[in-house]
Design a protein around this ligand. Structure first.
Ligand code: TRP
Length: 333
């Protein structure tokens, strides 16, 4: 029997090339080796978008379209929507007794996010919600509800997987039944793409991303206006010249070569000449994804049917897990 893997994304915007090289490519490989679950984390997205439900709702479809357009197969991967599995919410409540507030407050990823979201959570975090502080507990439930062993993620998610391991071990110790595997993170090896404005993160909210669904015109415009520096010739030197090096990295990724090899292949040319070439190559690289997405977009019901089928399959698995959990916790009457 294949090991179970689970990963997911928050539906807060369409997926971009950072997602593609950082996770979608490896998911395509993993779906052959594992029984793969990919979750659209709408409940988690609501922890910092609770006042924008229409945005989260619309992006569930966007993210699903990007998955299939990128070549993930609904025959191999089970796609589901987090909110449609009530057992996740149930398990979150049970797990919440096994995690201290102090542990949650120390989570470096959550800490960083709270600092970023001053508008929402206050400059000193005085408006921080219980839901946001606690989302790692809910994420532990996402992982364990299908009894996943493998969690393919980027580095920022390691604290979540570590917490999940701690919760699972504590659950087993206290309730004296081994219900879950102790899950393991599988780190993405891909180098991280920065935003086109030089920000460490490529993200929709920062308006510095190239989306898989961008038109050729949008790609041209974005690459043309991407931030560089006061030098003129292309080089790969991420410490001293991060912005141009990021563009060289992207060039390397679309040609399956290292950034150092990319710099060599590009040669000692002017930024503007390189940007024109990069935009052309990126447009060509994304063309099959863009075309497939256009096809899929014509029939959103079909996409929703795929999500519904995945949700049904996940529900069966989740019901079984929650039964074992309740038995261990002596709450079956
Ligand atoms: N926190 C993840 C992110 O922001 C999304 C996510 C939710 C997730 N539940 C998960 C990832 C479970 C892996 C496993 O990208």
């Amino acid at each position: 029997m294949k090991k179970i893997s689970l990963t997911g994304d928050r539906p807060t915007g369409p997926l971009h090339i950072g997602h593609y090289f950082g996770s979608l490519v490896s998911r395509k490989e993993l779906e052959n080796d594992y029984e793969s679950f990919v979750m659209i984390a709408d409940v988690q997205a609501l922890t910092d978008h609770f006042n924008e439900p229409e945005k989260v709702r619309a992006n569930v479809l966007e993210v699903a379209l990007d998955y299939l357009a990128s070549g993930l197969s609904p025959e191999k991967t089970t796609f589901f929507i987090q909110s449609q599995i009530p057992q996740i919410a149930e398990l979150t409540v049970f797990f919440s007794n096994l995690v201290t507030i102090n542990t949650l407050k120390r989570n470096p990823t959550v800490k960083g996010e709270i600092a970023e979201k001053k508008g929402l959570f206050g400059t000193k975090g005085e408006k921080l919600t219980y839901g946001f502080l606690g989302y790692p507990v809910s994420q532990a439930a996402d992982i364990t509800i299908v009894r996943a062993e493998i969690v393919p993620v980027g580095e920022d998610q390691l604290p979540m997987v570590e917490l999940t391991r701690k919760i699972v071990e504590k659950f087993h110790r206290i309730y004296k039944t081994e219900v879950f595997p102790v899950p393991q993170a599988k780190l993405s090896k891909a180098p991280k793409i920065m935003g086109l404005d030089g920000n460490a993160k490529m993200s929709k909210s920062l308006n510095n991303a190239i989306f898989l669904k961008d038109s050729p015109q949008e790609i041209k415009e974005k690459i043309k206006t991407a931030k560089t520096d006061s030098e003129t010739k292309v080089a790969y030197d991420p410490k001293k010249r991060p912005e141009i090096s990021n563009l060289v990295l992207i060039y390397g990724l679309i040609h399956s070569i290292s950034p150092q090899e990319a710099a060599k292949a590009i040669g000692d040319i002017n930024y503007s000449v390189f940007k024109t070439k990069l935009a052309e190559d990126l447009i060509k690289f994304l063309e099959p994804i863009r075309e497939k997405r256009k096809e899929l977009e014509k029939n959103p019901e079909e996409m929703m049917d795929i999500l519904a089928a995945g949700t049904q399959k996940t529900l069966a698995n989740a019901e079984e897990t929650i039964k074992l959990v309740k038995k261990a916790m002596q709450i079956i009457y």
